[in-house]
Each structure stands twice: as structure tokens, then as C-alpha cells.
Design a binder for this molecule. Structure first.
Ligand SMILES: Nc1ncnc2c1ncn2[C@@H]1O[C@H](COP(=O)(O)OP(=O)(O)OP(=O)(O)O)[C@@H](O)[C@H]1O
Ligand SMILES: [Mg+2]
Length: 217
């Protein structure tokens, strides 16, 4: 479901990723661990098509991510992929509810059809009281859970999570990871979680490590 072959990436002549290959099968929940600066965010953003690579190939849900046109890539990211970026990527001029519903709004799904799902996700994530607020008026942990709800609202086939619990306390971390594992088991969604936390990584079926620009088992 996620196939990366020989991905390389350097910044200003310095290598960050040097031949990363990764296969995640449909329905699997894989965690990738690595030290700060090891290239985890670079990797996940390359897989999501929001950052370019210097070389290699990426296929996600059967799509060759590097060869999609900008509009096809945007649609692919809205409909097939749910992603939680390390910087969340919320739109500051939209309320939390509108941020979460954005993938559906862009696909012209009537709002009435989405409200039930929005409310149940918000309840599970403990953000029901945040929905009318703007991102700048929320805490880091609340913003992170808004980003998680947005990634889940379209019932994507693949979920890419970059430190999805990095801003959360212990209780919320467990709650979020249990929810993701539950959705993974119930729907067969494929999950790639990036984390530097061993206990968070253990929610996955497999743990890989990114070290010296390569994946080691
Ligand atoms: N846009 C950029 N321009 C130049 N260098 C960059 C850029 N983005 C990342 N880097 C460098 O690439 C390396 C990997 O960064 P990356 O953000 O992928 O690491 P990370 O594993 O996600 O770290 P963290 O755990 O701190 O989030 C770092 O040395 C970083 O300084
Ligand atoms: Mg990072």
C-alpha cells in the first residue's frame, strides 16, 4: 500500500536520506522510529507528496506520487490519504470544525452528511468544546487532535502520522493511539506512524528505525 524504493534527499549538499526503502502492506500499522534530525519528517512528507526527493520512487495506494499533476496530487491527498504533519498545517482563518471538514468541503460533500462523523470523532478525541474556536486560540495538544480528526474525517485508505502524539499528555496519547489502532483493525486502513517514543511505536504491528539516512529493521 505504501512502497518507497531507494529514496534519497539532501539539503545544501548534505545527505539526509540515502536510499530509504520501505514497504507497508494494506491494513498494516507500521511505526518508524529515529532520533531528532534523522529525516523522519522529510520521509513522511516525501511519501505524502508535499516534499520532493532527489531520487527514488514512491507508490501510495497504487499511485506514483512523484508523477501526479499538482491537481491530481491535491485530490489524491484529500481523498485517499489522511496525514498529520508535525506542524499540523491548520488554516488559521477557519474554525476547528471547518478545518476538520475541509477535505469533505473541498470534495463538495454536503455538510449535513458530515456533522455526525465530525461530532463522534470530536467526542472520541476530547475536542468537542474546541470546534467553534480558531487554531490560534487552542492549545498545542488541542490543535494536534484537530489535525488528527481532519486526517480521519474522509475515512482515508492510508494514514501518515508524523509524531501524532508529540504534543499530547499521557492520557490523550493513549486515547489517540487506541483510536487509531481500533480504526486500523476495524477498517483495514494502512497506518505509518513516525515517532521517537518507543511506547507509542509499540502500538504498531512492526517497528522500523531510520538511522544514518537508511531504514534498519
Ligand atoms: N527545508 C530544509 N532545509 C534544509 N535542511 C533541512 C530542511 N528540512 C530538514 N532539514 C534537515 O534535514 C535533517 C532531517 O530533518 P527532519 O525534519 O526530516 O528530521 P526529523 O527526524 O523529523 O527530526 P525531529 O525528530 O526533530 O522532528 C535535519 O538535519 C534538518 O536540519
Ligand atoms: Mg520531524
Amino acid at each position: 500500500m505504501i512502497v518507497a524504493e531507494d529514496i534519497s534527499k539532501s539539503y545544501n549538499g548534505e545527505y539526509c536520506l540515502r536510499g530509504v526503502s520501505l514497504h507497508v502492506h494494506r491494513g498494516e500499522f507500521v511505526s518508524v522510529m529515529g532520533k531528532s534530525g534523522s529525516g523522519k519528517t522529510s520521509l513522511v512528507e516525501i511519501l505524502a507528496g508535499v516534499r520532493t526527493a532527489d531520487g527514488g520512487k514512491v507508490r501510495v495506494c497504487g499511485e506514483d506520487v512523484f508523477s501526479l499533476s499538482p491537481s491530481a496530487l491535491a485530490r489524491f491527498r484529500r481523498t485517499k490519504l489522511g496525514a498529520v504533519y508535525q506542524s499540523f498545517g491548520l488554516i488559521s482563518t477557519l474554525t476547528a470544525a471547518d478545518n476538520i471538514l475541509l477535505p469533505l468541503t473541498m470534495e463538495r460533500v454536503p455538510r449535513g452528511q458530515s456533522v455526525k462523523k465530525l461530532n463522534s470523532l470530536a467526542e472520541r478525541l476530547g475536542i468537542s468544546r474546541c470546534l467553534c474556536k480558531y487554531p490560534d486560540d487552542l492549545s498545542g495538544g488541542q490543535r494536534q487532535r484537530i489535525a488528527i480528526a481532519r486526517a480521519l474525517i474522509y475515512s482515508p485508505e492510508v494514514l501518515l502520522l508524523d509524531e501524532p502524539t508529540g504534543s499530547l499528555d499521557e492520557l490523550n496519547t493513549k486515547n489517540v493511539l487506541n483510536l487509531i489502532r481500533e480504526i486500523n483493525r476495524a477498517t483495514g486502513i494502512t497506518v505509518l506512524q513516525i515517532t521517537h517514543s518507543r511506547s507509542a511505536a509499540e502500538y504498531g504491528d512492526r517497528i522500523l528505525t531510520l538511522e544514518d539516512g537508511k531504514i534498519v529493521q
